[in-house]
Design a protein around this ligand. Structure first.
Ligand SMILES: C[S@@+](CC[C@H](N)C(=O)[O-])C[C@H]1O[C@@H](n2cnc3c(N)ncnc32)[C@H](O)[C@@H]1O
Length: 202
């Protein structure tokens, strides 16, 4: 991933508000626009979860009977969770979301009512390679939605624009009543990432 040396407005705000990464504001905007966590008390899956801002946001936002499974290659930051990551409502699986054993472990916690994926590999600087890798992760996330998302459930996935993202959006539109693309204000101006949203799994 690209390393940014100076903490910006969103990073400083995140630390002040108890989140390890600025990415929380992207999910907050998505939630505010599409209402995916309004009265949410089901099961959510967070793919590519570290350092853990989306997971913390979801745990704080969902009702008491909601639960969350999170997956990442890296461990989560324990700086701000105040024990939330130790609770019975949360399960963290450390590993590669594309690997069969990890997929099988995740499926034991399903079916889910929301599948979210903010996963991204380290960027190489070669936009063709980076978009291809991002698309492969997004397609894997969509496979989780196909197999483990309950009817009526929602889906959020990050994609780097470029490459064959049109066919991904087409697949999302086939699986959900609504499929949209949305670029939150909190995305860095220079970033070519955007989010695809699926609402109401058929
Ligand atoms: C931008 S960060 C996610 C930030 C997170 N949503 C948050 O709010 O804290 C992207 C994450 O995707 C993870 N990742 C990339 N490829 C992965 C894979 N194949 N399996 C699991 N996690 C992966 C990286 O380890 C990284 O932690």
């Amino acid at each position: 991933m690209v390393q940014y040396s100076k903490p910006d407005f969103w990073s400083l705000k995140a630390h002040k508000e108890g989140y390890p990464a600025r990415s929380v504001y992207k999910l907050k905007e998505i939630d505010e626009k599409f209402g995916m966590f309004n009265h949410f008390c089901g099961k959510a899956l967070d793919l590519g979860a570290a350092p853990g801002s989306w997971s913390l946001y979801i745990l704080r936002r969902m009702g008491a009977s909601g639960s969350l499974t999170a997956v990442d290659l890296s461990p989560l930051s324990r700086q701000y969770d105040k024990g939330l990551f130790d609770g019975a409502r949360f399960r963290f699986i450390q590993g590669d979301m594309t690997a069969t054993d990890i997929r099988e472990a995740v499926l034991t916690s399903g079916p889910f009512n929301a599948v979210l994926c903010d996963a991204a590999q380290s960027t190489t600087g070669n936009s063709s390679i980076d978009t291809l890798r991002s698309l492969a992760l997004a397609e894997t996330a969509l496979e989780y939605a196909e197999t483990a998302l309950a009817p009526g459930g929602s889906f959020v996935v990050k994609v780097f624009q470029g490459g064959d993202t049109a066919s991904l959006l087409k697949r999302i539109r086939g699986l959900f009543l609504q499929g949209k693309s949305f670029k939150p204000e909190a995305c860095r101006k220079e970033s070519f990432e955007t989010y695809y949203i699926g609402l109401g799994k058929k």
